[in-house]
Design a protein around this ligand. Sequence first.
Ligand code: UDP
Length: 412
Amino acid sequence: MSDILKKYGEVIGFHAMDSLLAIAERLEGKKIVHINSTKEGGGVAEILSSMVPLSQELGLDVAWEVIEGDEPFFNCTKTLHNSLQGMAGGLSESQAGAYMETNRKNAERLKDVLESADYVFIHDPQPAALLGLFPKRKGKWIWRCHIDVSSPNRSVWRFVKKQVEGYDASIFSLPDFAQNLPHPQYLITPSIDPLSEKNRPLTKNEVLKTYEELGIGRDKPVILQVSRFDRFKDPLGVIESYRLARDHVDIRLVLAGGGATDDPESGEVLSAVKEAAAGDPDISILLLPADAHRTINALQAGADVVMQKSTKEGFGLTVTEAMWKKKPVVGGDVGGIRLQVINRFNGFRVRSPEGAAIRIRYLLTHRWKRERMGVNARQYVLENFLITGQLRNYLSLLVSLDGNEGEWEPWI
Ligand code: UDP
C-alpha cells in the first residue's frame, strides 16, 4: 500500500482501505473517464480533484476532461441548472442550439478518449448531450446528476431527459431526486477529502493568522457562509438572519465566495449582496481565488457557527467540510442538507431567516451543546461522507454494470 493510501487508512481504518483496493483490482486495465464543465469552482470540480488522484493511486486508469464552451453555452447551462432546480422559465431555441453545438464540438475534440473508454461518467447537464454523439460507443456511460432535481421545471426536464435517457445508469444524491428514466438509478452521496488542503487539520495559530490577514476581528463570535454567489445559496437570507440574531448577540458575519468559470450570474448576485451589506463594518464579504483552499479551511475551522442557508441544494460540500471541522451547521431544510444535518444532533435545519437567527443565538449561548453537536458532526462525516466511501460506491457500480462477468466460481 502506498504512503498516501496508508494516510487514508489511518483516517477510515485499514479494513475499509483493503475493501477499496479489492474492488479497484477488479477494474484493472479498464479505462474510466470523467467529464464535467469546469476545472475549478463548485462542488463537482472539488470532488474530481480529489477522486481522480485517489483512483490513480489505487492503480486505476482514470482521466478527467472538461468541456469547453463559450458565453451563450454557459448562459444556456445556467438556465438549465436554475430551471432544473425549479425556477420558472425555459430554454429558447437559440439556447438549445448553442447547447447542442457546443456538445458537438466537444465530442469531436474528445473523440479518441471517449471512444476508447470502458466507463464514462458525465457530470451534470452541461455535457449530457455527448452520449447521443457516440452511437457506436463501446463503454458504459453513467450520468451523474449533482443538482437538486426534486421539483424541476417540466419543460426543461423533458429537454434534459432526452439527453440522458440513453445512458446505462444515472446517479443521484438522494431518493427525492430520482426521476422516471428507463435505466437503473443509483443513490450515491458526494463526499469530501480528509487529506486535501481544504480539510487537513490546521494549528490554532494558522487559523488565527488567516483571520488576522483577512482583517476579521476575533473579538466577537463569527458566523460564516462559504458559497459561490448564487441565488440558491441565499446570501441575502444569510444577511437577514445575521441581522435578526444580532439583536440578541453581538456577532460578525463572513460571506466567503468566488465564481466558477461555468457560472455567468455570480456578478449580479454579488452586487446585490454588497448592497445589502453596505455600511455594516461587521460584515466581511471575501472574494477568494479558486485555489484558496487553505484560507477556506481556516475560515471554517475558526468560525463559531457555519451557515448554509440554501433554498435548493443537491448536496452542500461546504456543509460537510464544516462538520468535519466539528462545526454544527445551520442549514436550509432542503435537498441534500436533509441528509447531512440531523436536526438537533449535529446541527439545525431551518426554513426562514427567523428560524436561522434563533438557532444561531441558541448555539452561541449554549457552548457545551455547540461542542457536543460539533463532535457528532465530525463523526457523522467520518461514517458517511468521505471520498473513499464515495469512490467505493462508484467502483462497485461499475463492477455491477458489467454483470460481474468472470467472477463466477462454481466450486465455492
Ligand atoms: N468553494 C471554494 N471557493 C469558494 C466557494 C466555494 O473553494 O469561493 C468550494 C467549497 O469549499 C466547496 C465547493 O466549492 O468545496 C462548493 O461545493 P457545494 O457542494 O457546497 O456547492 P456547489 O458550488 O457545488 O453548488
